[in-house]
Structures are given as structure tokens and as C-alpha cells.
Design a protein around this ligand. Structure first.
Ligand code: PLP
Length: 417
């Protein structure tokens, strides 16, 4: 029955309403953004560029896409913007198509060190036939080992340096990598999927301003958009990027969510700075509160984090798998995560968990709530209270945080069906 589907959606909403959402790659969209999902735009095709479509009927879709491009250029001070990739992996595939040839060597951050699978052989980089060499990585700083990278780059001569990660606690040395790349005529691409909203909010450096040739990103992690992606680049690469996107990896590009994205950019312009500052304050507060309760929070010598993320080594509690299950049972939703010393096959039970505070920040939580969350995590993992008691306490805690903030009209986070 069709109503079964709506019941499942309602149950999901109810579950989320009573949970603490800490998945670092997720966020909520505002009702203004969601309204666009229902628009007729979602039934239409708009292949090609603004003003050069292959099908008729695109007059107003063109207006929306042109405005969205213009706003994005202004927000990021970008020379060229392509908004058509429908996901981060697709954006990366297009960027590889534009910037490399099969057989080329690229430098990637390995998955255990925080890199995304699409930078690796098993995903987009492999599909393009690229040979992947991993950056030397320093576990203490949770960052690239720049000296060793420079040396390796001289020997191996990669065509492309891929920066940006899925587990990214700290800024990466974009300017320094750009200098190394220039000497060997290589390009630099920064995958800002996780930190796009922090760049927009000016708490994280803009890689384009630091010399990166290309920036790819999904638009729904720290950014306020629906699930899609973008590519920004220097003007000199505009043609190559656009051709790689269409007809390379995209035909139509989901125009209802494009309209939602345009609204999300407006929200970012208006509220992004205040939001991003609170995100980083919240992440630091939660990291500190967990550290104070005896948890092995990574990056302790460097203030734990400069982003929305926190990484914790939970081997003392049996590893990331039992820990994430135990937390899910009480209503704390996060993911198990590989840490740099884990073998890449160890995805079933890696050493760590990853926490992101962007979504709870969008729900209006501040430092005080971060300390409460640290306490809930501690109570659950040390089994100081029963699962039932904790579930109740967490539902109660969530009562005051049910609306989406940092938007023009505050709205219910789980719109009713
Ligand atoms: C999430 C992520 C992606 C993939 O984005 P999707 O929209 O899920 O395809 C790509 N790169 C990085 C660094 C990511 O964290």
C-alpha cells in the first residue's frame, strides 16, 4: 500500500525528532528550500548551459540557474561556477575528467587518514584510470606531512594534488601544495564537501584564494543546501570543467533542488557567518567536554578541531562499531570511522567515531547543549544509566530544539506529512 511508505517516513521523522543527530555529512534544509522540491521544476529537463538549452520551456529555469551562479560567484569570490553536478562524487568525477588523463598519477589522502573514497582507486579516481599515490600523513597533527610530500612529489611527479577530506579536523596547507604543484606543472583540486558552509561563513580559508585551481563540493554538509554539488574554478579551466560536467557525467540536473540550492545560498549570505562561528565554537566545546571525561579526542595539542568535526579513538570501549550501536540505542546518531592507523579493510569495526555538530547547531544548540551531549555520551558508554532512562532524557532534551534556525522563516525541522 502506498500509505505504508508514508508511515515509514513518519516513523523516521519521529525517530529523528527524538534523537541527537551528529553525522558530520548531514544537515537540515529550511522549509523555504524544501518548498522548492515540490515545484514543477522537478519534472523538467534543462540540458546544457543557461541560454543554450537543448529543450524548450527553460525560460524561468534559466533565470534561477543564472541567479544561483551569480550568487555563488559572489559568496566565494569565484571566477567560474558550475552548479550542475548532482552529488559530490559526480563533481569529483567531472573534475578528474577535466584535469587528468587515464594513467596519470594523483596524490590523495588515504581513506584511513580521512580521504574520501572518490579520491581513491575503488571510486571516481579509479574510474578515470588514475594511479593513486597517498600523501605522507602525520597522525599527531592529523595533517599532511608537507616535507615528505614535497620530496615524494619531486620523485613521482603527480599531475594533480587532491586536497580536502571526509575526516578533516584542521586546515590543510593549500598554499604550500600550490607552490609545490607549480614547480612540476601540476594542478591542485580541493574537495570542500565537508567545509563548504564554513568557507561561506568565513571561519575556514577559501582554497580558491589560497591558489587551488579547482574546488569541488557537495552542498548539504555544513552548507544549507539540498543534496547536490558544485565545481568552482579559475576562468582558464571553465570550458574544460563545463564540458566534463555536460555532456561528460550529467545530462539533466534536478532543477527543483537547484531552486532550493539558490535559496540556501541566500541563507548562507545572510546567516552563514553567525552560524559557522557557532559551529566551530560548538565543536571545540564538545571535544573539550569529552576530553575532560577521559575520552581520547584526536588533535588534543591543537585545540581538537578547526571545523565542525571531532574524532575520537574508542578502542578502549571495543571500537567504533559497538560504540556507535550503543549510542544509537539511546538516540545519539553518529558514525564509526577509520582512523589513520587502521587498515583500510577494517571498516566493520574501526578504531574511531566521528562527530559533526553542524546539524545540532542549525537546530539552535550552543555551548551549554554541547556539554549536555558530552554527558549523554558518557552516561551511555559507561552504562551509568539504563537505555530506557537515557532515551527519555534525550527526548526531553530535544523538545526545545525542533526548528530550523539561520533562515528567513524559522520552521519545523521535520515537516509533517
Ligand atoms: C561526502 C563527500 C563526498 C561525496 O559527496 P556525495 O554528495 O555524497 O556524493 C565527496 N568528497 C568528500 C570529501 C566528501 O566528504
Amino acid at each position: 500500500m502506498y500509505s505504508d511508505i508514508f508511515n515509514m517516513i513518519r516513523k523516521h521523522n519521529e525517530m529523528m525528532r527524538n534523537s541527537i543527530p551528529l553525522i558530520a555529512s548531514e544537515n537540515l534544509t529550511s522549509e523555504l528550500v524544501r518548498k522548492c522540491y515540490l515545484a514543477d521544476f522537478g519534472h523538467r529537463y534543462a540540458e546544457g548551459k543557461v541560454g543554450e538549452r537543448y529543450y524548450a520551456g527553460c525560460k524561468f529555469i534559466d533565470e534561477v540557474e543564472a541567479l544561483a551562479i551569480d550568487l555563488t560567484k559572489k559568496l566565494f569570490d569565484a571566477e567560474h561556477v558550475n552548479l550542475q553536478p548532482i552529488s559530490g562524487v559526480v563533481a569529483n568525477l567531472a573534475a578528474f575528467y577535466a584535469l587528468t588523463n587515464p594513467g596519470d598519477i594523483v596524490f590523495s589522502i588515504s581513506v584511513p587518514c580521512g580521504g574520501h573514497i572518490s579520491h581513491d582507486k575503488i571510486s571516481a579516481a579509479g574510474l578515470r584510470g588514475l594511479r593513486v599515490v597517498y600523501y605522507p600523513f602525520d597522525v599527531e597533527t592529523m595533517n599532511l606531512d608537507l616535507k615528505a610530500t614535497e620530496k615524494l612529489a619531486k620523485d613521482v611527479k603527480p599531475k594533480l594534488f587532491i586536497l580536502g577530506s571526509s575526516l578533516m579536523l584542521f586546515r590543510q596547507p593549500v598554499k604550500e601544495i600550490t607552490e609545490i604543484a607549480e614547480k612540476i606543472d601540476a594542478k591542485v583540486m580541493f574537495d570542500a564537501s565537508h567545509v563548504l558552509g564554513l568557507i561561506a561563513g568565513k571561519v575556514f580559508p577559501n582554497p580558491l584564494k589560497e591558489g587551488a585551481d579547482v574546488l569541488t563540493a557537495s552542498t548539504h554538509k555544513t552548507f544549507f543546501g539540498p543534496q547536490r554539488a558544485l565545481i568552482m574554478s579559475k576562468e582558464s579551466l571553465a570550458k574544460k570543467i563545463d564540458r566534463a560536467v555536460f555532456p561528460g557525467v550529467i545530462s539533466n540536473h534536478h532543477l527543483h533542488s537547484l531552486a532550493g540550492y539558490a535559496i540556501a545560498v541566500m541563507e548562507m549570505i545572510e546567516f552563514g557567518e553567525e552560524y559557522a562561528r557557532q559551529v566551530v565554537r560548538n565543536a571545540k566545546t564538545l571535544a573539550g567536554a569529552l576530553y575532560d571525561r577521559g575520552y581520547k579526542v584526536l588533535g588534543e595539542k591543537f585545540g581538537f578541531t578547526e571545523t565542525h568535526q571531532i574524532a575520537i579513538d574508542v578502542r578502549a570501549f571495543g571500537g567504533g562499531d559497538p560504540v556507535s550501536r550503543k549510542l544509537e540505542a539511546v538516540g545519539i546518531v553518529l558514525n564509526k570511522n577509520l582512523l589513520p592507523w587502521d587498515p583500510v579493510e577494517n571498516t566493520a569495526n574501526p578504531s574511531g567515531i566521528r562527530i559533526g555538530v553542524q546539524e545540532v547547531t542549525r537546530l539552535g544548540m550552543k555551548e551549554e547543549e554541547m556539554i549536555a551531549i558530552a554527558e549523554f555520551i558518557d552516561l551511555a558508554l559507561k552504562e551509568k544509566k539504563s537505555v530506557e532512562e537515557l532515551r527519555k532524557a534525550i527526548s526531553e532534551f530535544r523538545k526545545d530544539f525542533q526548528t530550523v534556525k539561520f533562515t528567513f522563516e524559522e520552521c519545523d525541522a521535520y515537516s509533517a506529512l
